[in-house]
Every structure is written in structure tokens, then in C-alpha cells.
Design a binder for this molecule. Structure first.
Ligand code: ATP
Length: 315
């Protein structure tokens, strides 16, 4: 049986190391916040299912084939020829600053509906993971999130929301309007420090107030990501802060998703809050230290690699 269900839009991705306007070579892969989390969990040995729609096209085949190859269950994913598989372009600009360009309006995934995701909750998994990206894709995806989150909570499935605000898709007011009503059904909220206000009540003025109001509203754990400064986790009982692992930054894109995969893996393994955060910053560091959104995600055997001595050889 599936332990973790997730759904969302996975796109074909093209990555350039030089300015796109100058032409040259790009690397083809796939990218999507939820499928990044799914792959991160599958690498760690968890049984995870991804649902969504891809177009009836070669890039859609690439998305499904990649997920299958990474041992992610795609039984409930659909091919929908009414729209294409979306495309995202990543352009390395200066230093570790990456420009992201979407071609996703009218995509197959924007036609997603609650009927796509409800079958993935039967039999109920242990966790449902959603992101704040999906409701921005259109009315069908927004309904899919609302309905799936409510149905999961009703069935006793713990629901994790990564706020993941994408300002290119919608503004903060619209995001808050869509995300705040989900709170009573959420067990885990993951947000960057500047994203907490999109789920917490508008009356909460400080980070502390926002965390407390989410916990008071019934959220079991609130996790705040702070990039290179690490992360904090809060439950009604305790608060833990953890530093980021020190690694050479290769590619920051996907760090947040890798972090979530590590955190949820720790939750599935019944680690305590400190243990969950430790696994999260470890998987986050793998993403930062390797190229691509998900390609560098560690297997369970590799989790300890960052503790090996610098310059040592793996034998
Ligand atoms: P993205 O949306 O780009 O995936 P995010 O904003 O959601 O990222 P961040 O807070 O940037 O997420 O990063 C998530 C986690 O990844 C951090 O909490 C940290 O553990 C790890 N991380 C991020 N940047 C670095 C870094 N420079 N060095 C080491 N670890 C990092």
C-alpha cells in the first residue's frame, strides 16, 4: 500500500548554464514541487504515489517514465490530450541566481479535478502532501486540493501543506484566500518565513503569533524554512531550531522540496521533531550541493554521506 499520496503539476524542464537569449545547449529533465517530494521519499525507501495530468505528448511520457523509474507509483496519473505537458526553463544567470520561465498556462495539469485525486486516497495512505502551487493553476486544481485535503482529514490521513508561494502564478492576497481555509484540515504546515502570513490569520503580526495561531487552529507541526540559515519546527510541546548543513552551493532550486521529503520521511519513521528536522536539512543540503531539482536526492544508505571527511573517496 501507498504510504504517501501527492498530486500536482510536473513539467518538462530545460536548464541552461548560459543566458537563454544567447542560444546554446539545454538539459532536458522534469520538474514539479510535488513530484520532487515524491522522488525524494521514494529514494529513501518510502512507498509514494503521484497523481496528475500530463499532455498526450513526448514530454508527458518523459514525466511518467521518470517517475516510474524513480519507483513512484503513477497508477492514478492521467494523460489528457486537451492541453500540453507544461514546460519550465531554468537559466543560470549570475552566481547561484537562477531565472525561472514558465510555459504552463492551459496545460493538461491545469485541467485536473477532484476525481483525479480522490481514488488515490482509497485505501487511505498515512500522509497526503499538497503544495500551494496547485490551487494557483486553475479552478479544477484548486477544487482538487480543497476536496482531497478535506477528504483526507476526514479519513484520518495526516495532511502536509508546503505553502510554496509562486508570485509568477498569483498574488499573495489570492494565495491567502485559497490557502487559509485549508488550515483546519492540516497536520503539517511547511513555509518559508515570508510565507507564514499566507496561511496564518491576517491578525497575527509576528512569526511567533503566526506559529501559535496555526498550532491553536489544530495544526500539529509548523516548520519554517530559512534557506542557508536552516529551519525551525514548532509543536504545542516544543520548538527546535536546526542549522543548515554546510555544503558548496551548486543549485538552490529544489532545496525546499528535498527538505520536505526529508521531513516527511522522518515523520513516517517516527523520529522526534529534532530528528525530522535533521533529516530535512540533510536532504535539503543534498539538493543544494547537486545540479537539478531532484536528481541528487539521497538514498537511505547515502544519508550519512555529508558526515564523511572532506576529500575522502567513497569505496
Ligand atoms: P525552493 O523554493 O528554491 O526549493 P525554499 O525557499 O522552499 O526553496 P529554502 O528555505 O531556500 O527553501 O531551503 C530549504 C532548506 O534547504 C533549508 O531549510 C536548508 O536546510 C536547505 N538549504 C537551503 N539553502 C542552503 C544552503 N545554502 N546551504 C545548505 N542548505 C541549504
Amino acid at each position: 500500500p501507498i504510504e504517501v499520496a501527492t498530486f500536482g503539476e510536473t513539467m518538462a524542464s530545460l536548464r541552461a548554464d548560459d543566458p537563454i537569449r544567447l542560444g546554446g545547449t539545454m538539459r532536458l529533465s522534469v520538474a514539479g514541487a510535488e513530484s520532487n517530494v515524491a522522488i525524494g521519499l521514494a529514494r529513501l525507501g518510502h512507498r509514494v504515489g503521484w497523481t496528475g495530468r500530463v499532455g498526450d505528448d513526448e514530454t508527458g511520457e518523459l514525466v511518467l517514465r521518470t517517475l516510474r523509474a524513480e519507483a513512484v507509483d503513477v497508477t492514478h496519473a492521467r494523460v489528457d490530450g486537451r492541453g500540453p505537458t507544461a514546460l519550465v526553463l531554468f537559466e543560470r544567470r549570475i552566481g547561484d541566481l537562477t531565472r525561472v520561465i514558465y510555459h504552463r498556462a492551459g496545460s493538461a495539469a491545469s485541467l485536473m479535478s477532484p476525481e483525479d485525486v480522490l481514488p488515490a486516497l482509497d485505501p487511505p495512505p498515512r500522509l497526503l502532501h499538497v503544495t500551494g502551487i496547485t490551487p494557483a493553476l486553475g479552478p479544477g486544481p484548486a477544487a482538487a486540493v480543497r476536496v482531497a485535503v478535506a477528504a483526507a482529514a476526514e479519513a484520518g490521513v495526516r495532511v502536509c501543506l508546503d505553502v510554496n508561494h509562486r508570485s509568477r502564478l498569483w498574488d499573495r492576497d489570492r494565495a491567502a484566500e485559497a490557502l487559509r481555509p485549508l488550515v483546519p484540515s492540516l497536520s503539517v504546515v511547511v513555509a518559508s518565513d515570508d510565507e507564514l502570513e499566507l496561511v496564518a490569520p491576517a491578525s497575527a503580526a509576528t512569526e511567533r503569533d503566526r506559529v501559535v495561531s496555526l498550532l491553536d487552529a489544530g495544526v500539529d507541526e509548523v516548520v519554517v524554512k530559512r534557506g542557508g540559515d536552516g529551519a525551525s519546527g514548532h509543536t504545542l510541546k516544543t520548538t527546535e531550531h536546526v542549522l543548515a548543513r554546510r555544503v558548496r552551493v551548486i543549485d538552490l532550486v529544489g532545496a525546499g522540496d528535498a527538505f520536505v521529503a526529508g521531513y516527511l520521511s522522518g515523520l513516517l519513521d517516527d523520529l522526534d521533531l529534532a530528528g525530522r528536522l535533521d533529516r530535512a536539512v540533510t536532504t535539503g543540503a543534498f539538493a543544494v550541493a547537486s545540479p537539478g531539482d531532484w536528481e541528487g536526492a539521497p538514498t537511505r544508505n547515502e544519508l550519512g554521506l555529508l558526515d564523511s571527511l572532506p576529500g575522502s573517496t567513497l569505496r
